[in-house]
Unconditional design. Sequence first.
Length: 236
Amino acid sequence: MIDCDVTQDNNTLTNRWRSAVGEAVMERRTSKIALSSVIALTVIVLAARSALGLPIAIVDQENPGPFETTNGATAPFSFGQSFTPTLPAIDAIEFLLGGDNSIIVVNLRDSVSGSDGLSGNIISQSLPVLVDLVGSHVFHFDFPGTVSLVAGQTYVAELLITTGTLGVRHTQDNLYAGGQFFNQGFSPTVFSNTDLVFTEGLHAVNEPTTLVLLGLGLAGLCLRRGLPRSLLKGIK
């Protein structure tokens, strides 16, 4: 005769073993899903940040020079250049500069305002750049992301000197008709025919929306591979 109590105990142990194994398998699959999701999100972040430091591929406004005159100042001080975009966005700007241990940020202002033209609202600020080369060199400034602009509206790119000494390079005779040079503490009328040597525009990279969709697709693929088939039947 079979002892019912023994059989019941065996069944209980078997069920507990199966439950423990199932939980371990699900925990492992969950860990894989979480890791895969982290990897996919990392791909998005790295792809989005990969644009930083790339040259400007889509040029909108520029004054290529060659430069004729220079101006310099020691921190804290500001120079600026206004421009009138035809594109609806900007993510980088370049200037011809020289300097000594000078850390510069570019404040993007929404208008020419104030007694010296440098008091418009700041709509974005570039990442800081060290200008520590004598002579004249092109320095590239990236904004943290793409900044929306209104085509035809005048904006000001303010070169804010936070440390050291900076020298700017400019042209005369109003070579760039879409804006002008600004010097802190001076009326804009003093420099109405002067322009900095500059270039502004966009990087040639995939749009952020495309990158996000790519990352979500990777995460979704990882998720489907990590889930049990029984659960996948319910989401097909």
